[in-house]
Design a protein around this ligand. Structure first.
Ligand code: ADP
Ligand code: ZN
Ligand code: ZN
Length: 743
């Protein structure tokens, strides 16, 4: 160390500023001896942290000062020669940490696969595979009967020109190894090594001639390639948006650039992936939450090394590293699943727009029901709108009818006219789809004698009855309990389910139409890996007559053979306290009805309601989303709600009843020591609408501002005070910037 100091007179030692994976808002500085070659920001370094060693990411390098030298701990190891995070992506992550006021180390976690955070190599792993040689091919062509296993394996290898991996061979013959070894010794088979790239190119689908509308959209977007521009591709369902995406991707691939495509839910996108495979003979890196660590690292590395020209994924794929970014596409941009609701609470669509801006590439936000935020951005000239107002081919938009429930009897939530409609569909061999936003059998379990409703012990909520499993479950905390045999309140009454969920509707349909094949699609019925894909396959293959499901049915997947859509419990969200509830309801109804009736036969949508005069339905009946959006935007503007104001929500929770609210009061007072002016408004501290959840008492405080910059200045100051407040140590608290869920 002495020598180092002498050298440092000429070349000063360096300080590395490192983001470590810890819930702390600041980065940490470490010293580096001067003779160490200087890596670029974005490489991983191993550093001491407290008593532990952590893998952090280098953010900045600067010259060491004498004071720093005495106090800083040394970096233990530099793990990469090249940054694992490209500079533009690192910049985006730093921006996101600032914008969402979230610790950078935690933000980086969202971008780095777990294996890399543990210090593993960031590369695509090599894969071994066996291939038949020319000699092997000749030999296989001749009949030989003496060694059936050899024959089986060499034939399989001849059939697979790209070779077979160990797993694939094991599927053919569990005891393949000895046999393959013999084949290798004969010179019939050789062992090769390659990047494991999934076999590209599926069945080639015919490429349609673009409609004039698609042409205009394509031209506008294509012209922007190579620079930033945000497009809102607003096209009714089945108007050919996906076809426009594919054409843009084609141009991006021609430019030897990569396309990043975000989708709400991967299980519901097999059609899109199949279409891309059929169109482009290139590897596609698919990123989503149910990958193993190994699979994730692999897809991530394919994207980073540019080996996958197409990168497709859910929310967190917005942080996928790209070697040569060319375009970002956000499909179903209105979908609420783009918002992360815990930890690092970012909005993937918003981050994607910022990413496109920083990378200097165009972004396409596509939807049949654009978010009000995006429509406002169009109105203000930030986004450029391209419209596809018509369905392709002869497909017409479905006809929407309101089924007035007043004075109609309901059978397990189904009105007789709707049952009649289903009957017609069954007779004609067509599919029906029933949509309701509640899984389980019944949302409430009640005592018939005294009216007692079984509550969750840990939440201010009732338990949902699940009939298949004969359990009562809490949809807020996951609590799961057996059915009580009699009422603990009065000790006498027996308990009964009240209200309808998907299970109950499924049962009722099976009773009404015993010959029909009823298929339920919700989170419960698709939990097992591959279950959703299997169900969707059955629907596509016509192996189902009636589908019952939740909002899963409104995302991405098309059901062309469905000619009847029934919406069962719309009313529930018409009069919700959540000002966004009607927006989401309308989007879901438009989406779910648009997924149906794409074939030659027109579709019909029947909405059951007690409030047929509600203005929301007028827009639905005329299939005029634009009218609904304009009306709702005007309402929001008058009420000074988002997107006309910007919100931040401070949340706190604690097992102690008063602690969260006390902290909120401290926070409320602290707010007045920060730059509040007429634009930033701090609301009262209040208990959350569902105060107790999972055994914790919750409170919240809303901050509202007409402009973003003053809000962020305020938040920076405020968080500094909150980080230091002793009351904050007694609760779990977090800040949600641009919250979508206030309840
Ligand atoms: P969206 O993404 O808006 O729902 P798609 O791109 O999936 O629409 O198109 C809907 C259907 O119309 C698909 O079956 C697609 O193959 C077909 N299609 C799209 N564009 C055209 C076109 N220009 N000519 C004929 N068929 C088309
Ligand atoms: Zn009772
Ligand atoms: Zn609960």
């Amino acid at each position: 160390m002495r020598c180092d100091r002498v050298i440092s007179v000429a070349t000063p030692a360096k300080v590395f500023r490192v983001a470590v994976p810890a819930p702390l808002r600041q980065c940490f500085d470490y010293s580096v001896p001067p003779q160490i070659p200087q890596p670029a920001p974005g490489v991983r370094v191993r550093v001491p942290f407290g008593r532990r060693e952590l893998v952090g990411v280098l953010i900045e390098v600067f010259d060491e000062t004498p004071i720093a030298r005495a106090r800083l701990k040394p970096v233990l190891e530099i793990l990469d020669r090249e940054p694992v995070l490209p500079a533009a992506l690192l910049g985006l992550l730093r921006w996101a940490a600032e914008y969402y006021h979230h610790p950078l180390g935690e933000v980086l976690k969202a971008a780095l696969p777990a294996t890399l955070r543990r210090g593993r190599e960031p590369h695509v792993m090599r894969e071994f595979f066996w291939q038949a040689t020319a000699t092997g091919r000749n030999a296989a062509a001749q009949a030989f009967n003496s060694a059936p296993l050899q024959k089986k394996i060499i034939s399989a290898l001849v059939e697979a020109p790209a070779g077979l991996t160990a797993n694939q061979l094991a599927d053919i013959a569990p005891s393949w190894r000895a046999t393959v070894r013999r084949l290798v010794m004969k010179g019939w088979v050789i062992l090769e090594e390659r990047d494991p790239i999934e076999t590209p190119l599926g069945p080639v689908a015919p490429v349609p001639q673009l409609t004039p509308g698609q042409h205009t959209a394509l031209r506008a977007i294509a012209r922007a390639l190579g620079s930033y521009r945000a497009f809102l591709l607003h096209g009714v369902t089945s108007s050919g948006k996906t076809e426009v995406y594919l054409k843009i991707i084609e141009q991006v691939l021609d430019r030897r650039e990569q396309a990043l495509i975000l989708v709400p839910e991967i299980g519901l996108t097999p059609q899109l992936i199949t279409r891309m495979r059929g169109r482009f003979g290139v590897p596609i890196a698919v990123l989503h939450s149910s990958l193993s660590d190994q699979e994730r690292l692999h897809a991530w590395a394919l994207a980073r090394e540019g080996k996958a020209p197409i990168v497709l994924g859910t929310r967190s794929a917005v942080f996928a590293p790209l070697k040569t970014p060319g375009v970002i596409i956000v499909d179903e941009e209105h979908d609420p699943s783009y918002k992360q609701q815990d930890g690092f609470r970012y909005h993937a669509r918003d981050v994607a727009v910022m990413r496109a801006h920083r990378e200097g590439i165009p972004i396409v936000l596509g939807s049949a029901t654009p978010s009000l935020d995006s429509l406002k951005n169009v109105a203000e000239g930030n986004y450029f709108q391209v419209e596809l107002p018509h369905r392709t081919g002869n497909a017409r938009l479905p006809e929407v009818r309101l089924l007035d429930l007043r004075r109609l009897p309901l059978n397990d939530g189904l009105a007789p006219p709707l049952l009649e409609q289903i009957q017609h569909r069954l007779e004609r061999g067509e599919q029906s789809l029933l949509f309701l936003n509640r899984r389980g059998y019944a949302p409430v379990y009640m005592c018939h004698d005294c009216g007692w409703l079984v509550p969750c012990r840990r939440c201010d909520a009732k338990l949902t009855f699940h009939r298949r499993s004969q359990r009562l479950r809490c949809h807020h905390c996951g609590a799961d309990s057996a059915l009580p045999t009699c009422c603990p309140q009065c000790g006498e009454g027996s308990l009964h389910p009240l209200g309808e969920g998907t299970e109950r509707v499924e049962d009722a349909l099976k009773r009404w139409f015993p010959e029909a094949r009823v298929l339920r699609i919700d989170r419960d019925s698709t939990r097992r890996k591959g279950a959703l894909e299997e169900k969707l396959r059955r629907v596509d293959a016509g192996e189902a007559d009636i589908l019952v499901g939740t909002q899963m049915l409104s995302k991405g997947h098309d059901f062309p053979a469905v000619t009847l859509v029934g919406v069962l419990n719309a009313d529930q969200r018409l009069y919700s306290i959540d000002f966004r509830a009607s927006e989401q309801l309308v989007q879901q109804i438009f989406q779910v009805s648009g997924r149906a009736g794409r074939g030659a036969k027109p579709g019909e949508v029947w909405i059951q309601t007690h409030h047929p005069d509600h203005p929301v339905f007028a827009a639905l009946r005329s299939q005029d989303y634009e009218a609904f959006a304009q009306y709702t935007l005007a309402e929001r503007k008058a009420a000074r709600y988002p997107p006309y104001t910007y919100l931040a929500l401070l949340r706190a929770e604690s097992p102690k009843p008063e602690a969260a609210l006390q902290f909120m009061q401290v926070a409320h007072e602290a707010a007045h020591s920060c730059p509040l002016n007429e634009t930033v408004e701090v609301m009262e501290a209040v208990p959350s609408p569902m105060e107790r959840r999972a055994g914790r008492f919750r409170a919240q405080l809303l901050v509202q501002s007409r402009q973003r910059p003053p809000l962020h200045r305020f938040l920076s100051c405020w968080l500094n005070l909150l980080d230091a407040a002793p009351a904050g140590k007694r609760v779990r608290w977090s800040l949600d910037v641009d919250p979508t869920d206030l309840y």
